[in-house]
Design a protein around this ligand. Structure first.
Ligand SMILES: O=C(CO)[C@@H](O)[C@H](O)[C@H](O)[C@H](O)COP(=O)(O)O
Ligand SMILES: [Zn+2]
Length: 199
């Protein structure tokens, strides 16, 4: 019944991944290097986003703090999307726009990295988090799509912008997840060396 629609989703997702592999490999590599520099100097990654991107912030933090594919020392990462008391208090007492930026000001230190995830590049609370990260002398790794939206104007030369060349939210998110797994793999590879071939 739905088979044709479903097959089209698979084809469209695979097509975008083929097209984006070459242009995104450079910024993804730069993001991995920025995070390596951060964690090897005792820093941490603060991650934020809304909806599906909030889930990705948590997914990424789990792979840094826990593990990705191989055993390695724990790496510092905190998703700013998980503490409902903090989120509800800030949204209730101030504005939803500042739910992440206040946490960045509270927890962020020079040398830390902000992982800012927004498919549109326009979410006000993620934009405010980027401004707060700059105040704290943090590097920003931004994952966006749709041309990068308003975040283009906020990001600095020293930041890393990974902008998925597509307009559809679901497709962009699919590449964002692949991107996060690439970053984890590059970090593990740098820390642990070549993976042993398993028979
Ligand atoms: O996962 C999805 C849609 O696929 C949604 O939950 C989506 O993440 C939400 O609508 C977000 O609020 C969109 O925000 P953004 O990606 O534009 O920053
Ligand atoms: Zn989704």
């Amino acid at each position: 019944m739905f088979e044709q629609r479903i097959e089209q989703h698979f084809i469209d997702s695979a097509d975008l991944k083929y097209q984006a592999a070459q242009p995104l490999s450079k910024p993804i590599s730069a993001a991995a290097q920025a995070m390596l520099d951060c964690v090897t100097n005792g820093g941490k990654v603060l991650a934020c986003g809304n909806g599906g991107s909030a889930a990705y912030a948590q997914h990424f933090a789990a792979e840094f703090v826990g593990r990705f594919e191989r055993e390695r020392p724990e790496l510092g990462a905190i998703a700013l999307t998980t503490d409902t008391s903090i989120l509800t208090a800030i949204a209730n007492d101030y504005d939803y726009k500042v739910v992440f930026s206040k946490q960045v000001r509270a927890l962020g230190q020079a040398g830390d990295v902000l992982l800012a995830i927004s498919t549109s590049g326009d979410s006000p609370n993620v934009m405010a988090a980027i401004e707060a990260a700059h105040e704290r002398d943090m590097t920003v790794v931004a994952l966006t799509g749709k041309g990068g939206g308003k975040m283009n104007a906020l990001l600095r030369e020293t930041d890393v912008h990974i902008c998925v060349p597509h307009e559809r939210t679901a497709r962009i998110q699919e590449v964002h997840l692949l991107t996060l797994h690439c970053i984890c793999d590059c970090v593990d590879h740098q820390l642990l060396g070549e993976q042993e071939n398993k028979a």
